[in-house]
Write a protein that binds this ligand. Sequence first.
Ligand SMILES: C[C@@](CO)(OP(=O)(O)O)[C@H](O)COP(=O)(O)OP(=O)(O)OC[C@H]1O[C@@H](n2ccc(N)nc2=O)[C@H](O)[C@@H]1O
Ligand SMILES: Nc1ncnc2c1ncn2[C@@H]1O[C@H](COP(=O)(O)OP(=O)(O)O)[C@@H](O)[C@H]1O
Length: 268
Amino acid sequence: MIVFPNAKINIGLNVTARRPDGYHDLETVFYPVKIYDVLEVIKADELSFQSSGLDIPGRPEDNLCIQGYHLLKKDFPKLPPVKIHLHKNVPIGAGLGGGSANAAFFIKLMNEKFELGMDEDAMMDYARLLGADCAFFINNRPVFAFEKGDEFEPVKLDLSNYHVALVMPDAHVSTAEAYRGVKPTPVKETVYDLVNMPLTAWKKHIRNDFEAHIFNNHPVIRGVKASLYERGALYASMSGSGASVFGIFESKPDLKDLEETCRVFYNV
Ligand SMILES: C[C@@](CO)(OP(=O)(O)O)[C@H](O)COP(=O)(O)OP(=O)(O)OC[C@H]1O[C@@H](n2ccc(N)nc2=O)[C@H](O)[C@@H]1O
Ligand SMILES: Nc1ncnc2c1ncn2[C@@H]1O[C@H](COP(=O)(O)OP(=O)(O)O)[C@@H](O)[C@H]1O
């Protein structure tokens, strides 16, 4: 069976408090975008994982798909071994949730392929154990996310009439690095309300709390965001913990010069 895990962007991201478990409370809007990996699972004699496309840091046995397999196997001991092939296209360390999407789509695929009988809530509970933003990809629709980023409220948000471009500069930001540098601050207005404003007002009101210190550590990312505004973006922001930056435009922008140093995805 083959599935196509997609990426997400964050529209607004406020880190509001440090939690007793060392994680942080945040509030953000997750929006799915059309950048895809390819994930294939077939029944096999032994469990294995291989990948093609972009290099994935870390050992194959630690890949989130393999972690997902072991998690399910504990509760579904009759699961047979599988051969997993992942073709990696979604940039890594980009704030696009690529690894989390792989894990969530792996759980959905296994549920369907082996008729495990889980509903969405049950699959989300497994996904939460693999990563804070993993559960989002089970339902995979625009949501307001809060607490660790793993509790959700649906939001009405449709960007299909705009051209969303995504730029991945040559920089890598780890999620832990992003959280380490931020000072949690409660918000007056939540992103849940702010995304209902006209898009032209977002620039003034919707921010990503990681940008300030990540831009200082990686000035190239600040430069990409500035370029997107120079080319007419109505709104531009780093996605999640970075390093990717998206811009929302009325129509397709000319980003040819950025293509020389960055991966550019149009109409995501
Ligand atoms: C920042 C966000 C925003 O959408 O995503 P990315 O931009 O990386 O995709 C998420 O909060 C990332 O979620 P995810 O990537 O699943 O995080 P995890 O693997 O669970 O955690 C990685 C590390 O990030 C920190 N972490 C993560 C989530 C959270 N609410 N508080 C935290 O402090 C912890 O230091 C943790 O060890
Ligand atoms: N299937 C996977 N795809 C990408 N990264 C993975 C995967 N499994 C584990 N990882 C690990 O997760 C880290 C973060 O990956 P990713 O989810 O793409 O980043 P981001 O924090 O930008 O959403 C990688 O550096 C890698 O070590």
